[in-house]
Design a protein around this ligand. Structure first.
Ligand code: ZN
Length: 269
């Protein structure tokens, strides 16, 4: 597996739409060409399944959209973990309600972030039943972040040698996973992959099942499913072939049993 830190690293400093990122993508494209050329030269294109993907998308945030939540909190009554666009607030004992109320009030006034108590977190985030999830969770809206971005902006400006202004754009990821800007991409080729096929979007957690199928290793239980991603593959996995027939037989058996029960209790007389 080859993991390349770019364009994520530069996009944090310059925003995903910067010309710097376009140049980086050109360089990464050259690297992709090199890899494919080497596979071709070694007659491996029909033996190797090659997958290119990213682990997330990115949005950009400018300094006027950095939200300082600390101005609404009494010092020394909480700890903060995480980084924009999500912050976890760990109130000190006895301060949970006051902090939640202050942040909720600030959120209504400011209008660009949401406050959740652990129990109110969305079920689809698969996060609220984790014992490590802190009591209060903040999520910034698209294009917004929190005060921690001011510290990263300072760090990035030194690292990449530029001056921070209100027009600077910093790349941020970690917003709601249904946000289209957070979508990663997936491109694949190889003997097990269909050619010229565009598949419907699937979840990143489904990749584990896909990799296991391609590598022919047993798939241990996970939150992903091959059912959503098998269309990428030339041959349909055995259980995907069997599954629709199994459902059809189950519906038929259920229907017959129902009819027998109706008949037994005289619904037809
Ligand atoms: Zn990143």
């Amino acid at each position: 597996m080859l993991y390349i830190e770019e364009p994520d690293s530069h996009a944090h400093a310059f925003g995903p739409d910067s010309p710097v990122i376009i140049e980086l993508i050109k360089r990464l494209d050259n690297l992709t060409c090199y890899l494919i050329k080497k596979l071709e030269e070694n007659n491996l294109t029909e033996k190797v399944n090659l997958i290119f993907l990213s682990d997330h998308g990115m949005d950009s945030v400018s300094p006027p959209h950095f939200i300082d939540i600390t101005q609404y909190l009494e010092p020394h009554t909480y700890d903060i973990a995480g980084s924009s666009p999500v912050l976890h607030i760990l109130p000190h004992e006895g301060y949970e309600e006051a902090i939640y109320e202050n942040l909720t009030e600030f959120s209504k006034k400011q209008g660009h972030f949401s406050v959740f108590k652990k129990d109110d977190l969305l079920t689809r985030w698969h996060f609220k039943n984790n014992p490590r999830t802190p009591p209060i969770f903040l999520l910034a809206d698209d294009g917004y972040g929190f005060q921690d971005l001011a510290i990263s902006a300072e760090y990035l400006s030194k690292k990449f040698n530029f001056k921070v202004s209100n027009k600077s754009k910093f790349g941020v990821h970690g917003y709601d996973n249904l946000d289209l800007k957070m979508k990663p991409y997936f491109v694949a080729r190889g003997p097990k992959i269909k050619k010229n096929k565009m598949v419907i979007p699937f979840w990143t957690v489904d990749l584990f099942a896909l990799f296991c199928e391609i590598l022919e290793v047993p798939q241990l239980p996970s939150n992903g499913s091959l059912l959503r991603v098998h269309d990428v593959l030339v041959s349909r996995p055995y259980f995907v072939q069997v599954f629709p027939k199994f459902v059809l037989v189950a519906i038929m058996v259920y229907g017959v049993l129902d009819l027998m029960v109706f008949y037994r209790y005289g619904f037809f007389t």
